[in-house]
Design a protein around this ligand. Structure first.
Ligand SMILES: Cc1cc2nc3c(=O)[nH]c(=O)nc-3n(C[C@H](O)[C@H](O)[C@H](O)COP(=O)(O)O)c2cc1C
Length: 194
């Protein structure tokens, strides 16, 4: 499994990906989730209250989508995404499962989970995957800052504490200095969606 995870860029540590899932009624969902790779295992910890938590509990499946679109990170974290964002692939049992159309790669995973009261912890096992492209992306500090800001925005939505708002605002200068138009659009979108 390790070589397969390496090939998909899921290296040791926490990999921020967009997780796609399917509800029991067949509705696709997308949300940023950290995939934790440690000691030869791939895991997720998903907090109760999210659609992702419900869907993984109901279906035992999720797809990790490797994505470099900051706007999609913000939209999927703070609201629902448009249906056009999803493409459907066939699982090993012949059912359709959503992935992100414009991802660099996706990997469908079986989640061996353990529903705690507040957090679902799942060990993940690869089923199938596809690498669409391997675009070269140097590190952009504004992209990273948008990711930090949207993590804080998800906490702000839950705890409604102004300390998160001032931390989000502290990323403004780095985003205007280092960002392209998509990072700036993504940062502005955070304020519209919280
Ligand atoms: C970069 C990033 C990583 C995140 N990682 C996790 C995670 O590992 N577990 C979790 O429960 N929530 C995580 N979140 C928060 C969820 O994305 C957020 O609660 C989201 O609103 C859930 O959407 P859903 O209700 O459509 O599932 C993360 C958010 C961001 C921006």
């Amino acid at each position: 499994m390790n070589k397969e995870l390496d090939r998909y860029g899921l290296w040791e540590g926490i990999n921020e990906v967009i997780v796609t899932t399917l509800s029991a009624l067949g509705k696709p969902n997308a949300a940023p989730i950290g995939m934790i790779r440690r000691d030869g295992k791939l895991m997720v910890r998903v907090y109760k209250g999210s659609q992702t938590y419900t869907n993984i509990g109901d279906t035992g499946l999720l797809a990790a989508n490797m994505v470099y679109d900051p706007v999609l990170f913000v939209r999927s974290a703070l609201s629902d995404v448009a249906e056009e964002v999803f493409a459907f692939i066939k699982t090993d049992t012949g059912e359709d499962f959503p992935v992100i159309t414009d991802c660099s790669a996706w990997m469908l995973l079986r989640a061996e989970h353990n529903n705690g009261s507040n957090v679902l912890v799942a060990e993940l096992h690869p089923i199938i995957g596809n690498i669409n492209h391997q675009t070269i992306r140097p590190i952009n500090r504004a992209f990273n800052a948008v990711i930090e800001a949207v993590v804080l925005a998800t906490r702000y939505k839950v705890f409604v504490n102004d300390k998160y708002l001032s931390q989000i605002k502290s990323y403004s200068s780095i985003i205007s200095k280092c960002g392209g138009s998509t990072e700036k659009e993504a940062y502005d979108l955070i304020f519209k969606l919280i």
